[in-house]
Design a protein around this ligand. Structure first.
Ligand SMILES: Cc1ncc(COP(=O)(O)O)c(C=O)c1O
Length: 429
């Protein structure tokens, strides 16, 4: 089964939207922990896949899945202890006043439902997102994903605000007023929204601004934005699909790191460690208000197998101290990345938290001109040649994205840092 043959078959049978990350397609056949193996049994360190939050094919998660799949799999219209236990475990860990869970299969569905609920409870239609945001693939969440379609197609109910990028945006880290200034830009867009006849139903914030970075925003900006939207009649949706589940190394949820209480929190990717399980969680009051008018049933969301997986993931995170690992290995990785940035002028900026880091790659440090997509693809390919899997993100596709499974170790970090070092040296030649 060679790669060319598989590629040709994929092209014939599947849609053209399927793409490969690297110059040469990677043909992976097995995974364990933070490692992946290709068809030739070559091992790679995975420094990219956050979905497998507790590591690839974690034995406890696999066992929970198999056991439940061999026992019963139905849906949420029958009583089943597993789904209730998962809900209780989440409620114990969810932030602020959030105490009510509704399960979906994907982050898109969770954000779609969150938006519908926000519109219902506020009576407003406007939505606030950042430039180059990503929140999903349904018709509604696609509109909230400004990185996914041309600006001229934006609906008039959408306010698009500047991402708080302290390296690449208009205000930088050395400006002590940067937070206030980004907030002022947001206020202007909220005014524009109101002039177009829409009050905000909600701001939806990806608390790591993944498609822009990752970014670390000034606290006062995030808190100020929530306050401003609430003042104008809207609510706050924390999209923690990327930033939740201990990724920051500081807390289960990044809204707690910034110190605000969202009205709705959504999550997905890391919850099922590869199994499709996602969440829209809110306060009892909001959930009751919505359910007086609307029914919500998701055929697969929260089925007994998903619930068994979801519970196992939470147990593994806590039993294996993965929040602490995200903090300590994250700090170790950060210092290595900062050292690399001193030796390679093409690393314009190092930004992130815990086990989520981005290197903003530039062709000219003085002008901060971003590396092209082709250069980034080549860089990723050179890193893969060294046995490490990374990804890209950023408004211009210029950010080398490092977002490994949570059990990522110091020795994984060493291999990764060395691979990036070698790749950048080769790229410079
Ligand atoms: C911040 C954010 N929200 C929502 C989504 C959508 O999640 P899903 O792909 O599970 O529909 C994503 C997916 O990448 C995401 O990064």
């Amino acid at each position: 089964m060679n790669e060319q043959n598989l590629l040709a078959r994929r092209k014939a049978a599947l849609g053209p939207t399927y793409q490969n990350f690297y110059d040469e397609p990677l043909h992976l056949v097995r995974g364990a922990g933070t490692s992946l193996w290709d068809v030739n049994d070559r091992q790679y360190i995975d420094c990219y896949n956050n979905v497998v939050s507790v590591g690839h094919c974690h034995p406890r998660v696999v066992e929970a899945l198999c056991k439940q799949a061999a026992t019963l799999n139905t849906h949420t219209r029958y009583l089943h202890a597993g789904i209730i236990e998962l809900g209780e475990m989440l409620v114990e860990r969810l932030p602020g006043d959030i105490d009510t869970c509704i399960f979906t299969c994907t982050g898109s569905e969770a954000n779609d439902l969150a938006t519908q609920i926000a519109r219902h409870v506020t009576g407003n239609q406007g939505m606030v997102v950042t430039e180059a945001s990503y929140h999903g693939v349904s018709e509604l969440t696609r509109r909230l994903s400004t990185d996914s379609y041309p600006p001229q197609d934006r609906p008039d109910w959408l306010a698009v605000i500047e991402p708080p990028n302290l390296y690449r945006g208009p205000y930088h880290r050395d400006d002590t007023q940067a937070g206030k200034k980004y907030l002022e830009l947001a206020r202007q867009e909220l005014d524009n929204l109101e002039q177009r006849g829409h009050k905000p139903a909600a701001v939806m914030i990806d608390l790591v601004w993944d498609s822009n970075g990752p970014l670390v925003a000034p606290d006062e900006y995030v808190l100020g934005l929530c306050e401003e939207v609430r003042k104008r009649g809207g609510i706050v949706i924390a999209d923690e699909v990327q930033s939740g589940y201990c990724r920051s190394g500081k807390d289960w949820w990044t809204c707690n790191v910034y110190g605000f209480k969202p009205d709705i929190l959504t999550c997905g990717k890391p919850m099922g460690a590869g199994h499709p399980l996602a969440l829209m969680a809110t306060t009892r009051e909001i959930a009751d208000d919505y359910s007086q008018t609307y029914h919500y049933f998701n055929t697969f969301g929260g089925n007994p197998v998903s619930a068994a997986v979801g519970k196992a993931v939470i147990e593994v995170i806590e039993d294996e101290g993965l929040l602490q690992n995200a903090a300590s290995t994250g700090a170790y990785l950060e210092s290595g990345l900062r050292e690399l940035a001193e030796n390679h002028a093409c690393i314009g900026d190092v930004q992130g938290r815990g086990l989520f880091w981005g290197l903003d790659m530039v062709t000219d440090p003085a002008t901060r001109k971003p590396m092209s997509e082709a250069q980034m693809r080549h860089l990723g390919s050179l890193i893969v040649e060294q046995g490490v899997i990374t990804g890209t993100s950023g408004r211009y596709g210029q950010v080398l994205k490092l977002r490994p499974p949570l059990p990522f170790s110091r020795s994984d970090a060493d291999v990764t840092l060395n691979a990036i070092d070698v790749a950048l040296t080769r790229l410079a030649r």
